[in-house]
Design a protein around this ligand. Structure first.
Ligand SMILES: Cc1ncc(C[n+]2csc(CCOP(=O)(O)OP(=O)(O)O)c2C)c(N)n1
Length: 387
């Protein structure tokens, strides 16, 4: 998991913090996971007094929270500060404009400049973003956590507005509570009858090993999280673009590469959480129809990189969405031979193509990408130009 800091002695447990939130009256939780709130989400998911609804994007979570408050609930949005950036418009032209109370529990990645590169700038500007929005906030500490939550609950109702609690590393315990097995469907969502659920047996690492071995010099754009890291551990190719931030954009970046180099098969190695965050791009790919794009989605039905919180792909077949969006060829595979054969055939025929690779939640113990973002950029660009 990609948390910024290992567990700290004396940190507030997820169960205790969930208790503070429930005592303060919050009764509906939504958001996109961050490893810093892994334990809290496990507690909320299993609480009989609350519901946790996985949202596909943070701004969509802000919308859902607004609707829930209008319907009589007291919502809280759980988000990483990267998602605060994504949510600026939803906050400015929805929650703040209409005056809709919600707690925003914002994890503070990049706190004090100590984190992975993708978090540094956002970490530095996070309080300023809240100040620019004129959104009241407090920085949580272990000692004041209960009082901070009670303050936020009072403020959101008194002001009729969202209020934020910023969560620095080390305040909440994380990685101590085991996530339950992802259920076959997410709460409140009926399993889609259109296609039966697939049973995974292949790990993502084994799938990556099989498919990468068969590649030549094709560019591959990787989604953020463990997909990058596992693929790097299998083979570090100059034609690999590792997205270490900007969750959701792998398909958009891959579309850009494919359109710029129509003579070259271009692959995207995506994750289900990433695809769900940018579903509209499926429609764009379907409409623009680049024949050379092969979109490979390693679907483990969870947000594995942040602690295995279930994703909606447990209930909704992403290959059915791709087909409806207009991809020319769509396949779903569960074993390595079928994966290799399918991707080989797709690289040699006209697409756009979509392969759903149903994989287990197993995660290999692999290092972070050591290359700097400019190094990744330069060698990829050179690799694509000479491929
Ligand atoms: C805007 C934003 N929200 C949340 C995160 C935290 N985050 C990093 S990776 C990840 C999960 C990605 O899920 P998926 O694409 O299914 O791949 P997996 O982790 O299962 O390999 C999340 C939620 C982020 N990086 N950016």
């Amino acid at each position: 998991m990609t948390g910024p800091a290992p567990r700290a002695e004396g940190a507030v447990s997820g169960a205790r913090f969930a208790g503070f939130l429930l005592e303060a009256g919050f009764d509906l939780f939504t958001g996109v996971p961050c490893s810093m709130i892994e334990d809290l989400i496990v507690e909320l998911e299993s609480s009989p007094h609350a519901s946790y609804l996985p949202a596909v994007r943070e701004d969509a979570a802000v919308g859902l929270a607004g609707g829930a408050w209008l319907g009589g609930r007291r919502p809280a949005v759980l988000l990483q500060n990267s998602g605060l950036g994504t949510s600026l418009n939803a906050l400015a032209s929805f929650s703040l404009m209409y005056g809709l109370p919600a707690l925003l529990l914002v994890t503070w990645r990049g706190h004090e400049g100590r984190d992975a590169p993708e978090h540094l700038l956002t970490g530095e500007i996070t309080p300023h973003l809240l100040e620019l929005l004129d959104l009241p906030y407090r920085v949580l500490s272990r000692e004041s956590a209960a009082a901070d939550v009670a303050w936020a609950a009072g403020e959101t109702e008194a002001r009729l507005a969202p209020v934020a609690l910023l969560l620095p590393p080390g305040v909440l315990a994380t990685g101590e509570v085991a996530a339950g097995e992802a259920p076959p469907s997410a709460p409140g969502v009926a399993a889609r009858a259109t296609r039966p659920p697939l049973t995974p047996s292949l790990s993502r690492l084994a799938a990556l090993r099989a498919v990468v071995k068969d590649l030549d010099r094709e560019p591959v754009v990787h989604a953020n999280g463990y997909i990058c890291r596992e693929s790097f551990s299998v083979a570090d190719r100059p034609q690999n673009f590792y997205m270490i931030g900007s969750m959701g954009l792998a398909s958009s970046i891959g579309l850009g590469v494919a359109l710029a180099r129509p003579d070259l098969p271009t692959l995207v190695f995506d994750g289900d959480g990433n695809v769900l965050m940018n579903l509209g791009t499926l429609a764009q790919v379907g409409a623009v129809a680049p024949p050379n794009l092969v979109h490979v989605v390693f679907d483990n039905s969870v947000y594995g990189s942040t602690g295995n919180q279930r994703s909606l792909s447990a209930s909704v077949r992403l290959d059915a969405l791709a087909e409806a969006a207009g991809y020319r060829r769509v396949a779903a595979v569960t074993d390595a031979d079928a994966l290799v054969e399918t991707v080989r055939a797709m690289r040699r025929s006209d697409g756009p193509h979509f392969v759903l690779v149903k994989v287990t939640t197993e995660e290999a113990s692999v290092p972070r990408i050591p290359h700097t973002p400019p190094e990744i950029r330069d060698r990829f660009r050179a690799g694509v130009r000479t491929a």
